[in-house]
Ligand binder design. Sequence first.
Ligand SMILES: [Zn+2]
Length: 261
Amino acid sequence: MPNTSPSLAPQTAIAAFPAFEIVPGALSRGLILVADHARNALPQAYGTLGLPQAELCRHIAYDIGVEGVLRALCGFLGVAGIFAGFSRLLIDPNRGIQDPTLIMQLSDGAVVPGNVGMGMAERQHRIDTYYTPYHRALSGLIDEAERLGVRPVLCSIHSFTPFWKGVARPWHAGVLWDGDDRFARPLMAALEAEKDLVVGDNEPYAGGLAGDSMNAHGTQRGLAHALIEIRQDLIADAAGQLAWAERLSRILPHVLKEIAA
Ligand SMILES: [Zn+2]
């Protein structure tokens, strides 16, 4: 684990490990796709954060299937997307900086040795090197859209485990939202109209965590936004990811029209 202060962080290490990736697309289309938890990657210096390799393949490290859905959906719709290049175990980009779960020491039963007893300098290093560049890049995409005269809708994509503490979760997908239902309501209605889906309204989690990504970029900028959670077993392989991207590419243009109206 690097012990360097932010100003001493080697530039090569930063360059070698991208904090984010932007999937190019037309910002003029008025939709930006966001995935905070798409990757389970860790910079080399951190190894596995002291975890057995298998733990990095679990949901504690990332949202299984989301990167594939986002890439395919960007392609189908011709819209831009962005995802974080690092595992949420390194630092969780879907948390406010003051949130006590920003860097987890214990996640779903797994102690994360590389995070236990971490000092303030290391915490700041992760904020400066990974967290902030990702959020700055997302802000930059929104700024660029606004320069084109577009107020983009933000669609955040996550995935959830089929079981939690031994109990099966009945939803195929859930829509998380807070005070602003401009995007969430028509999105939920469109998903429910699919007939073959059980859709959660603020399930399996409630939206509206202060300082999370949609709060920081959507609520605080007054942009219509929602977070869609897809059950992981449905998008665990490429066929499932493609099927969900196709489904969302059918639905979203109608939803966007409703928001605009
Ligand atoms: Zn997530």
